[in-house]
Write a protein that binds this ligand. Structure first.
Ligand code: 13P
Ligand code: SF4
Length: 310
């Protein structure tokens, strides 16, 4: 779609937001034009904090299902809209609530720490949530002798084990987008741009995180690029983040790491399902709405609130 159509749609969205007291929360991995119409763009932690406190009648979540569910859990009295119900997450899908209940029953002495990239049903079986921004602090805050089951990301889990010296039991899940980044492609870019700093999301494999000058959440990566004296960065995470990098740091250079043998395919296709067209339609018709069973919501809220309180 061209820029004229985009600006027409953006104006229509702005008018609907105003008349319906709606706000748009967007993740950094959504398309640039989607981030441009959002009231707030952030990482998973900042978005949940915002969802808990925002003053609005409607929250439209430009992101994937687990994020919109988290917003609904924290703001049950608001209408939470998710433009594409099929916008899922390979990481969240790697942990099923029934399977978690079975593993919990086999490990009754383990505390369940869940990355927020999980379904609301999984969060309802969780003791405390974390995001990639606060995972190290949350795990460090638990008594050293406490046994932990970390779900669902084996990569983030092994990164936390390495940084904290813990031996958490890890669920065998992964994000299919971050799993694809390879040492080989980073080394190629480093050879071409030897001054560039390597930034990596900890959802990547251990050997990839190993190459990082900085590893952290999307907001952490953005803050590092902003505060670093370096002028060039090799970016090892989903490509949507380049919009915020180039918008806020136009004098710096960013080199996205391609997936091996697949130039340009570093997108989370689920995040990219959100478009200006479906945001407009969703706001206009106030559907699809996120609806969660109250018993499940209340249980999941406990795990998220325990995280936000820390
Ligand atoms: P953060 O924005 O919390 O780093 O999360 C990354 C991610 O994969 C979200 O889906
Ligand atoms: Fe899920 Fe990975 Fe997409 Fe994030 S990037 S929403 S973890 S599939």
């Amino acid at each position: 779609m061209g820029r004229i159509e985009n600006s027409v749609l953006a104006n229509k969205i702005a008018a609907l937001k105003k008349s319906k007291r709606a706000i748009i929360l967007a993740h950094y991995y959504t398309a640039g034009e989607v981030q441009a119409v959002a009231d707030f763009v952030g990482d998973s932690l900042a978005l949940s904090q915002k969802a808990a406190t925002v003053d609005a009648d409607i929250i439209l979540f430009a992101g994937v299902r687990f994020m919109a569910e988290t917003a609904k859990v924290l703001s049950p009295d608001k209408k939470v809209l998710l433009p594409v119900v099929e916008a899922g997450c390979s990481l969240a899908d790697s942990c099923d609530a029934g399977e978690l209940a079975r593993v919990k029953a086999e490990n009754p002495d383990h505390l369940v720490v869940a990355y927020v990239n999980t379904s609301v049903e999984v969060k309802a079986l969780t003791d405390i949530c974390c995001t990639s921004s606060n995972a190290l602090d949350i795990v460090r805050g638990l008594p050293a002798e406490q046994k932990i089951l970390f779900i669902p990301d084996r990569n983030l889990g092994s990164y936390i084990n390495k940084c904290t010296g813990r031996n958490m039991k890890l669920w065998d899940g992964a994000c299919l987008v971050h799993e694809e980044f390879s040492v080989e492609e980073i080394v190629k870019l480093k050879e071409a741009h030897p001054q560039a700093k390597v930034v990596v999301h900890p959802e990547c494999k251990a050997e990839v995180v190993e190459l990082a000058d900085y590893a952290g959440s999307t907001a952490g990566i953005l803050a590092y690029c902003k505060n670093s004296e370096a002028e060039e960065f090799i970016v090892t995470t989903e490509s949507g983040i380049l919009y915020e990098m180039e918008r806020t740091l136009p004098h710096k250079k960013f080199y996205p790491v391609p997936h091996k043998g697949c130039e340009g395919c570093i997108s989370c296709l689920d995040m990219k399902k959100v478009t200006l067209e479906n945001i407009y339609e969703t706001l206009l018709n106030e559907t699809p709405e996120v609806v969660i069973d109250e018993d499940v919501r209340a249980k999941a809220e406990g795990a998220i609130v325990r995280m936000l309180a820390l």
